[in-house]
Design a protein around this ligand. Structure first.
Ligand code: COA
Length: 257
């Protein structure tokens, strides 16, 4: 895969997408967001890939935000396109049918936190720092931050972080439910791989349905979606294999297709 701002690799059924602008703390310019979207498309299209890790290059930052150096050139009209691009790519990640884990290896600020929040799961290195500092710039988050932060940690604390621009550390993020796990930095990638390996052992169809139903909770049709997707599982090979394996007292052998 030939990208300028993103590294893409696959191993053991896992695609790793690395935002690769370490001298700019992996800040997201429009070209980088576009490439993240294309890398995710590649991972979804590859039948050998069962899950994705999204991370940032270098020891200091996951992503330190949208690229502030691009901002002053935008008009109000162009800013609509800027925001919409981030929304489209991050929502596509959230709706991806394969599990996506953010490996948060340092600063996750502004658009970086928004990117991490678009992922299904988040594992943070103990040096990670989180915040939505947009109000310092006379701005608000534009890639879903005002919505996903409220969903993840609740209205009170989200409003506080959005209004104060305070940065919080990994342990606070864990306590608030913003991340799933905190690990030493040198164990970050192995922990993400272990989390994905556990999930990739399950029925891929059921995992895709879990993602769909959890998302539906925020779209106002969660219960009905669950009824429909639960029933749809009964028509799948994964369901036949899973239930048959249980009754035969053996481990299910699910296949990705
Ligand atoms: N956009 C563009 N460039 C950024 C950036 C961003 N969001 N965040 C960091 N950079 C660049 C810096 O300008 C600097 O580039 P330079 O070496 O060419 O001057 C480089 O990355 C290193 O950052 P620096 O500020 O020197 O590192 P630091 O350790 O002193 O501070 C931060 C780290 C994260 C606290 C600081 O970079 C920062 O506040 N970044 C902006 C965070 C932000 O407001 N994000 C939300 C944007 S909407």
């Amino acid at each position: 895969m030939n990208f300028h701002n993103v590294l893409y690799s696959t191993a053991n059924g896992i695609a790793t997408v690395t935002v690769n602008r370490p001298d700019k703390l992996n800040a997201l310019n429009m070209a980088t967001i576009d490439e993240i979207g294309k890398a995710m498309d590649a991972a979804m299209a590859d039948p050998a890939v069962g899950g994705v890790i999204l991370t940032g290059a270098g020891p200091k930052a996951f992503v330190a935000g949208a690229d502030i150096s691009e901002f002053l050139s935008y008009t109000v009209e162009q800013a609509v396109a800027l925001s919409k691009q981030g929304h489209d790519v991050f929502t596509a990640i959230e709706r991806a049918p394969k599990p996506v884990v953010a490996a948060i290896n340092g600063f996750a600020l502004g658009g970086g936190l928004e990117l991490a929040m678009g992922c299904h799961l988040r594992i943070a290195a103990s040096n990670a720092k989180f915040g939505q500092p947009e109000v310092n710039l006379g701005l608000i988050p534009g890639y879903g931050g005002t919505q996903r932060l409220v969903r993840l940690i609740g209205r009170s604390k989200a409003t506080e972080l959005l209004m104060t621009a305070d940065m919080i550390g990994a342990e606070d993020a864990l306590r608030l439910g913003l991340v799933n796990e905190v690990v030493p930095q040198e164990e970050l990638m192995a922990s993400c791989q272990a989390m994905l390996a556990k999930i990739m052992n399950k029925s891929p169809n059921a995992i895709a349905e879990i993602i769909r139903c959890v998302n539906a909770n925020y779209e106002g049709n969660g219960m009905q979606t669950e009824i429909e997707r639960f029933a749809a599982c009964f028509g799948t090979d994964d369901f036949k294999e899973g239930v048959t394996a249980f009754l035969e007292k053996r481990k299910a052998a699910f296949t990705r297709s």
